[in-house]
Design a protein around this ligand. Structure first.
Ligand code: NAD
Ligand code: CBU
Length: 334
């Protein structure tokens, strides 16, 4: 039984504590930590774990063998570096960190430790819909991908959600999954700012259209619209030389009533990606004894952050910005 400590007991933290406690095999949550005492209590109540006031103490605790980092992205770096120092395995929710420089520090620390310790929570790689699209692309039946049209719509966000977060909190999922899907790297990015919805606020340009060009010349557009109001709507269409592959929508019944035909749209990621989270976390637990990270690793977190930095710059300049890594992929990750 792998004994895990969870740092961050907000919405996602409690979702993971519930998953680790009630669904995933071979693991138990023995400790939790959150600066908001009420959240720590709510987390501990799900798993009957010990509450640590301080995240670093939780990482140092001898009964904690592995760590889940589910605090906000800006707070990931410190616990990750501590866990690496102590050689403890980590599942870190996305983003790995909010800047490429911070991610690189984490990558360098992991490489220096000589141990594969960190998985980044890019759960879309485990989603059935994306996996079906990837399998179709890899079949070769549709030729090479040319263009991708994607939407990332959330019903609404809070007042603390700002323009750059549309990149490193939201589009970070597309940044990772689309490069994995197309087996290609990004060359440049641009952001278009349409008219702002009346549901936004002064610190947030919403919606945004993010344009990414890959090294092989594939053009990707991602509509990020986080106050769309109508639902949690994730779409992805890959237009290829010999056909087009559109990711399946979650299946709900068509309901006919009062001369209308209706179906359901999910309203949050916890429902839309429930199965993907379950599969990614079970995989992380299953690989614990093997000393490998089978899913997205710290390098993937870094690559995504490099692209995110370029997109944040593009939000400010309005220009096409290059995507350039500061270092080549270390042998360690090959
Ligand atoms: N993969 C996904 O689809 C997905 C979905 C939701 C959230 N997330 C990620 O999960 C993480 C948490 O998001 P959330 O939605 O639960 O946010 P949240 O705001 O609901 O919860 C964050 C929690 O972390 C606590 N916290 C704040 N600073 C902390 C610190 N320094 N150390 C420890 N805890 C701290 C807060 O008190 C709060 O309880 C983020 O990295 C987010 O991007 C991922
Ligand atoms: O835009 C949200 C995404 O759709 C979710 O999947 C989470 O990553 C959440 O943290 C983001 O705010």
């Amino acid at each position: 039984m792998l004994k895990v400590g969870v740092i961050g007991c907000g919405g996602m933290g409690r979702d993971h504590i519930d998953r680790l406690t009630n669904k995933i095999q071979g693991v138990e949550v023995v400790a939790v930590s959150d600066p908001v005492a009420e959240n720590a209590k709510l987390g501990a109540a799900i798993c009957n774990g010990k509450i640590y006031e301080n995240a670093i103490e939780l990482i140092e605790a001898t009964e904690v063998e592995a760590i889940f980092v589910v605090s906000p992205g800006f707070a990931h770096k410190e616990p990750l570096l501590k866990a690496i120092e102590l050689g403890k395995r980590v599942f870190c929710e996305k983003p790995l960190a909010t800047t490429a420089d911070d991610c690189l520090e984490i990558v360098k620390a992991e490489v220096a430790s000589g141990k594969h310790l960190i998985q980044t929570g890019f759960m879309r790689r485990y989603d059935r819909g994306y996996r079906q699209v990837k399998a179709a692309l890899e079949s070769g039946e549709y030729g090479e991908p040319l263009m991708l049209h994607c939407t990332h719509r959330n019903p609404e966000v809070g007042e603390n959600y700002t323009t750059p977060m549309a990149v490193h909190d939201t589009a970070i999922h597309e940044i990772d999954v689309l490069h994995w899907l197309t087996d290609d790297d990004y060359e440049s990015v641009q952001v278009l700012m349409p008219r702002v919805t009346k549901y936004s606020h002064a610190q947030l340009n919403d919606p945004q259209i993010m344009l990414l060009r890959t090294k092989k010349g594939v053009c990707i557009d991602v509509e990020v619209f986080v106050n769309c109001k109508f639902g949690y709507d994730i779409q992805c269409e890959v237009v290829c030389e010999d056909g087009s592959i559109k990711m399946a929508e979650p299946a709900y019944p068509d309901v006919r009533k009062d001369a209308k035909l209706a179906t359901t749209i999910d309203t949050d990621c916890f429902v839309r990606f429930k199965d993907a989270y379950d599969v990614e976390v079970q995989d992380w637990v299953d690989q614990a004894g093997n000393g490998v990270i089978a899913g997205p690793n710290a390098w993937d977190g870094y690559l995504a952050a490099v692209t995110a930095d370029a997109l944040v710059k593009a939000q400010e300049t309005g220009n096409i910005e290059p995507v350039v890594t500061a270092v080549e992929m270390p042998e360690f990750y090959k």
